[in-house]
Design a protein around this ligand. Structure first.
Ligand code: ADP
Ligand code: MG
Length: 379
């Protein structure tokens, strides 16, 4: 058969070592990816459910799991096709075990488990947030220098906002987290409130480019608190109050100014807390990940402010910031690679979904008074 010129990325099935398949279905993306031995990305298939949830202004769990069931086989087939391989070339499977929506997680886990069982392949369960920490490692061989350890990671998405001290592979401490809404959730709620679409992050990001961030004075919640926690529900209320004072619903330039002012407030808090957290653990390397890490102002401001302090920022490309399976594969690769080398087969007859699952231990830097903070999913 003549070589297929349009075949993406791949040349031969084992070009960079054994291929693994990674699966992610924790929230509203059905995703599958193929990585090879250098953690090179051979394919990265993502089916987003944005269209399904848009009319509700947020993710509807039942609709999410139903869509995962319909799509997962097709998404896996696409990942294999785009990697130019077949299931016979897969030597291990990584899957998101949690945290996330129970019904959504179950679809990915049961699919991965059935596949691994049927083909006698090793299966690596992966923590979704560890996946976000590994996004910048996609494409980097095990042990390569950059982004390197240790680092401080800001994981900022629609469901999560937290700071981690990533000491070495598998050793993480939570420095702080949001006490109420995630930053992405604030973007989405503000967007809905001013009549823009869902999800709101990318829309507000775009409008802000034309806006003046000095026009509206929004608070910088918890910016000066001595801990590394966040709170974004108040800023959403401040936007609602600002809107009440407007004679008419803002549009045009006024809407751009509102978007820019809101975005600046969120970005300033995220950047300030991240830099101070890095100081507190004496680390000068920062990883930014999660859907909100696609935000242009956040990327630019963090880079500028970090550079002033001699710190380095590692930014995954936006496609690896939002939920994807490539990052799950990157996180699971080391464990799978050991199993592949040891010729191990399927050994996970039971694998329970973990919808509520903290990553690592709490850092001793978290103040004792914060110990009572609720860690489960928000209502
Ligand atoms: P989750 O599934 O937990 O919501 P994702 O990693 O899929 O997390 O990220 C989706 C979130 O990222 C949404 O809240 C969305 O508004 C936000 N987001 C996406 N792009 C941007 C952007 N450019 N600026 C700000 N937020 C963004
Ligand atoms: Mg998502």
């Amino acid at each position: 058969m003549p070589p297929n010129d349009s075949a993406p990325i791949a040349t031969a099935p084992e070009a960079g070592g054994p291929c693994i398949l990674a699966i992610e279905s924790s929230c509203d993306e059905t995703a599958a990816a193929v990585l090879d031995g250098t953690r090179s990305l051979r394919s990265n298939a993502v089916h987003s459910q944005i269209d399904i949830h848009a009319e509700f202004g947020g993710v509807v769990p039942e609709l999410a799991s139903r869509s995962h069931i319909l799509m997962i086989d097709r998404v896996v087939a696409r990942a294999l096709r785009e990697a130019n391989i077949t299931l016979d070339d897969i030597r291990g499977v990584a899957v998101t075990q949690g945290p996330g929506l129970m019904g959504s997680l179950l679809v990915g886990i049961e699919y991965a488990r059935a596949l691994a069982w049927a083909r006698n392949l090793p299966l690596a369960p992966v923590h979704h947030l560890e996946g976000h920490l590994y996004a910048p490692f996609v494409g980097l061989a095990e042990g390569s220098a950059e982004p390197g350890w240790p680092f401080v990671a800001l994981v900022v998405s629609g469901g999560h906002t937290a700071l981690y001290h990533a000491k070495s592979p598998g050793v993480y401490e939570e420095l702080g987290r949001t006490l109420d809404d995630a930053a992405g959730e604030a973007f989405d709620k503000v967007s809905k409130h001013v009549g823009l679409g869902y999800p709101g992050g990318a829309i507000i990001d775009k409008l802000s480019v034309q806006g003046d961030a000095e026009v509206f004075a929004f608070p910088r919640p918890m910016m000066r608190s001595k801990d590394f926690h966040f709170s974004f529900s108040g800023i959403k209320t401040s936007v609602a109050h600002a809107l009440e004072k407007e004679p008419t619903t803002p549009e045009g330039q006024r809407l751009n100014d509102l978007a820019a002012s809101f975005q600046r407030a969120v970005v300033e808090v995220l950047v300030h807390k991240t830099l101070r957290a890095a100081d507190a653990v004496h680390v000068d390397r920062i990883v930014l990940s999660g859907g909100v890490a696609s935000n242009k102002e956040l990327r630019r401001t963090l880079q500028i402010e970090a550079a002033k302090e001699g710190k380095t920022v590692v930014l995954p490309p936006p496609a690896l910031c939002t939920d994807n399976a490539a990052m799950i594969g990157a996180a699971g690769y080391a464990r799978l690679y050991q199993s592949i080398l040891a010729n191990e087969g399927f050994a996970q007859p039971h694998l329970a979904a973990r919808p509520s699952w903290p990553l690592g231990k709490r850092s001793p830097l978290q103040k004792p008074r914060q110990r009572g903070v609720r860690r489960g999913p928000k209502s």
